[in-house]
Design a protein around this ligand. Structure first.
Ligand code: SF4
Length: 70
């Protein structure tokens, strides 16, 4: 099987809308331990307690350069 033809595994780490909560402005970053990722897809950023929602999210979009966040 050609691995380049596999669909990318969707997650917060490779979605262009997700940023580590720790990088958010104060006081939002203080929630990083409870919710490590923040979704910026909508006008009001949404902290993600789990990234399971990203696995089946219809809004997932790959980061433009394909890089992953830590
Ligand atoms: S909820 Fe959807 S749009 Fe938001 S970070 Fe996860 S995959 Fe991306």
């Amino acid at each position: 099987m050609d691995p380049t033809k596999l669909k990318p595994q969707k997650g917060a780490h490779n979605c262009k809308w997700a940023e580590p909560t720790l990088f958010e402005p104060a006081p939002e970053w203080t929630d990083a331990e409870r919710a490590p990722w923040t979704c910026h897809r909508q006008a009001v950023p949404m902290h993600l307690e789990s990234t399971e929602v990203c696995e089946e999210c219809p809004r997932w979009e790959a980061r433009p350069d394909g890089n992953r966040k830590p």
